[in-house]
Design a protein around this ligand. Sequence first.
Ligand code: FES
Length: 80
Amino acid sequence: MEYNNKRGGEEPIPCDLKEGRKYSWCTCGHSENQPFCDGGHNDNNGSPNLRFEAAETGTAYLCTCKETKNPPYCDGSHNA
Ligand code: FES
């Protein structure tokens, strides 16, 4: 099955994460609450979210273009 994914934005979003807390990062680009999943992948045949646990407390730049090779973190791929 091929997913109907798209870019969720053009730049990463700085997010305040808490160590040990779990988050759902949007992989499909359809969420209205970038960079996090809002369930929109279900209505748009998008790929499911990625659950991850923050390794440390602080600001993390989470990818919105969905091209990163290091999800959910921005790796600069939006500039490519
Ligand atoms: S809305 Fe994109 S992964 Fe859920």
